[in-house]
Each structure stands twice: as structure tokens, then as C-alpha cells.
Design a protein around this ligand. Sequence first.
Ligand code: ATP
Length: 122
Amino acid sequence: MKDSFLGKRIRGGGYALKGALLLIRNEPSIQVQFAIAIVVTVAGFYFDITKTEWMFQCIAVGMVMSAEGLNTAIEAIADFVHPDFHQKIGHIKDVAAGAVCIAAFVAIIIGCIIYIPYLQAL
Ligand SMILES: Nc1ncnc2c1ncn2[C@@H]1O[C@H](COP(=O)(O)OP(=O)(O)OP(=O)(O)O)[C@@H](O)[C@H]1O
């Protein structure tokens, strides 16, 4: 079982889960996004949003947190391979942060499309 196809997949899933927990425990930006995810989940139940809205909301939350996780990994690699100041490292980090910015911008638009009509109906 240990080195079987299924065993390797299960072990890989365990490492990935460990990585997700490490991000939530140690990364302030992920912690903020996790808190926002909880708030919008509560809002989703409060306003009784539709199944489609739940799907878009879940995709938006997953997209932002995944992008932030990858950004964190890229920053860690950049600092590991080149701990000193370097223009190229700055560019790499800016581009990685830019990806998070795009994901967050799209998530904000999705949030507005979902919740503005519910807020107007209050
Ligand atoms: N080694 C470096 N060389 C050149 N510029 C850097 C370097 N490290 C950081 N920078 C610049 O500073 C910005 C912030 O980098 P930093 O690694 O502090 O990211 P951060 O977004 O503050 O991440 P975190 O808050 O997760 O530590 C980068 O986007 C880049 O423009």
C-alpha cells in the first residue's frame, strides 16, 4: 500500500493538506482572506443566496486563496534562491503579487454582483 499508486496519492494529499494548514496558521494575508471567506459564508446563509451564487462565491474565495498561496510560495523561493536585493527578484515578486491582485479584483466584482441586489432589497 505504501508505494502503491493509491498510497502515493493519499500521501500527496496529506502533504497538500499540511501545506494548506501551514498557510492558514502562518500567513497573515491568507488569514485575512480566510476571515473574509467566513464573513461571506455567513452572509450567504443570511441572505439565502442561490445555488449558482454559492458556486461563484466558492470559486471566488478558492481563486483568491489559491493565488495568495502560490504568491507566498513564489516569494519564499525568490528569497531562498536570492536573499539579497535584486531588481529581477523585485519584478518576480511584483508579478506574483499582481496575480493575487487580479484574482481579488474579480472576486470583489463577483461579491458586488451577488450582494448589491440583496442589500438594496433590505
Ligand atoms: N529581494 C528583493 N529584491 C528587490 N525587490 C524586492 C525584494 N524583496 C522584496 N522586494 C520588493 O518589495 C515588494 C514586497 O516584497 P515582500 O517579499 O516583502 O512581499 P510582501 O507582499 O510584503 O509579502 P509578505 O507580506 O507576505 O511578506 C516586492 O513586490 C518587491 O517589489
